[in-house]
Write a protein that binds this ligand. Structure first.
Ligand SMILES: [Zn+2]
Length: 105
């Protein structure tokens, strides 16, 4: 059974197959790579299988054990500063409307 996490805050390298869920996007750990920092100290990179927010095609990316965020798109489709998808932005608005509606029920 796969472990599911919702943020990148690992104390030790995650198992292959660990799932990261961020909003509606899913990432899966497919590898762990040793990494030597610029200062010479050893570290670890997590290799993620991701699905591009733009067209849904698979791509891989790497983060450290702790990261504030992760790319929603591959490098080819990267659009810094924009919501990952129009659908995502609409989902968020719909969700917020629903939440405010529920307050009165
Ligand atoms: Zn892409």
């Amino acid at each position: 059974m796969s472990v599911v996490v919702h943020s990148i805050r690992f104390k030790c390298p995650p198992d292959i197959g660990t799932i990261l869920m961020l909003d509606a996007q899913r990432y899966e750990v497919i590898g762990i790579e040793p990494y030597i920092r610029a200062d010479g100290s050893a570290s670890i990179l997590i290799v993620w299988q991701a699905w591009c927010a733009e067209t849904g095609h698979p791509f891989t990316l790497k983060t450290g054990l702790v990261a504030k965020g992760i790319n929603r798109r591959c490098k080819k489709h990267a659009k810094p500063g924009q919501a990952a998808t129009r659908a995502g932005a609409m989902r968020m608005r719909k969700y917020l409307r629903k939440q405010s509606g529920r307050r009165h029920v």
